[in-house]
Design a protein around this ligand. Sequence first.
Ligand code: FE
Length: 198
Amino acid sequence: MSGDHHGSDAAISAQVRHVEALLERRGLVDPVELDRALAAYLARSSPANGARVVARAWCDDAFRGRLLADANAALPELGLSMGGGLQEQRLKVVPNTDREHNVVVCTLCSCYPIALLGPSPTWYKSEAYRARVVRDPREVLREFGFELDPGLDVTVWDASAESRYMVLPRRPEGTGGLDEEHLAGLVTRNGLLGVAPV
Ligand code: FE
């Protein structure tokens, strides 16, 4: 949705329902079809998708390069997309390194890469997280139980209706022998948002 980005979740939901009702009344949208499309979209959306992307990037440097250069173009290599049959959103994947750590927020509402992470957690939508992670990311990460190395620079990426972000965590030490599938199993949703190490 690229309209009013500033409304509350409740206001946005009310607007969406209103538009749906209008479209249905004019026979432009079949409510059964719409429900089916949304259900299929959500069924495909899970943090397991983001984890697969990360594991592939850890194992394949060329893929990592393509992912960081243009995530939307790289996702179809894994059968994924940011569209889900709806409007395609721009995705930028931001890599953690030994010098820089990345965290994702939407300060205005709750924009989130649903296709890769599933529905967003409650804390992501909370005003406390949205306001505080920008001002003091280290303290917020500490509350998640994640003590960030003081030598790392922190970048907080503010998502919007058109642009979404996902963190590429650093590959954990001692995982050289693991294959892609097992590596994907190490990646958590919170790691993909930057509030956990992996
Ligand atoms: Fe938002």
